[in-house]
Design a protein around this ligand. Sequence first.
Ligand code: NAD
Length: 341
Amino acid sequence: DRLGFALVGLGRLSTDQLAPAFEKSDRCRLVGIVSGSETKPEEWKKKYDLDSKNIYNYRNFDQIADNPDIDVVYVVLPNAMHEEFVVRSAKAGKHVYCEKPMSVSAQECRQMIDACDGAKVHLGVGYRCQFEPHHLECMRLAREKTFGELRHIEAGFGFPIGDYPVGDLRRWRLEHELAGGGALMDVGIYALQACRYLTGEEPRSVLAREIKTDPVKFAEVDETILWSMDFPGGVVASCSTTYGFGGINKFTATATKGQFGLDPAYSYGGIKGFAGDRPIEAPEIDQFAKEMDAFAKAIQEDKRSKVAGEEGLRDQLVIDAIYESVRTGRRVDVAPQQRSS
Ligand code: NAD
């Protein structure tokens, strides 16, 4: 039987990617929504044939505890709201899938993990690339040492963010209180993830700097960050992220006997890769359907998801170290006792 999902937050990702992905899913179906909007619930109800009793707003959301149609709550809100809704979902006894970045601080990530463990519900983070066939092939090339020992990774992701005026709901990405950070938290996290899943390790330390060309637009969040990382096995990484311009969307892994990589790497589709002098041949899939199915399978088999809350926490610890390095201008250790919980 397919698991019933409720989407919380009906913004761009929910509307354009997630709702359509349910139609390609084998294990999940959209049965409910949670929205603060006056108009969207009615539109969604019609379009996706939703039952009125499965439509909630942010105030009556906790009543979802009494709704047996809903197995999983999928949180797709601005970053700083993830923690509240993950914890409320866990208290309601629902499994939770949470969009990336998991939250805005390591402490909040830990609270989310504890709330879900305490309620005995599964928690997953929306790291879709970990289920994407080109990325999986690169992880295999790294793990099996097809091109020898991995030495260096260059990874970056950025896009030019809009000039959202005050009052525009999309402006949250430029506001520290709702986003928790800028390009790094939003898209730099994909480059960080790539380094972590290619090496299979946690970075030992980071050194970072921020370049701000528009201090008015980026008064509250980071615009462009360049950072380096070193890993226990000897790999060094050079990463970039930006809200200032597009075109960087890749990683290149250099090993002792050759290179492999993806470019574009982190798009919703059309990913292209190379391994030595050959293209990577991998199927085109719906990443959102695939990650939701993987989460549903983990729940049904009661196995820990590979993108469980701990994975979000590990990224957040590195992100915290990168911001500290930006602030201090110094190299910052990713504290060993904090690398995993
Ligand atoms: P969006 O701005 O399009 O949607 C955000 C939703 O939150 C809207 O429905 C909005 O009404 C609602 N909301 C509730 N309170 C709000 C407030 N105070 N201010 C602004 N909006 C409020 O954003 P999005 O692009 O859909 O991103 C949502 C989440 O999904 C973010 O955490 C983002 O990082 C993540 N995301 C992930 C991917 C991916 O590929 N996995 C892609 C895009 C976004």
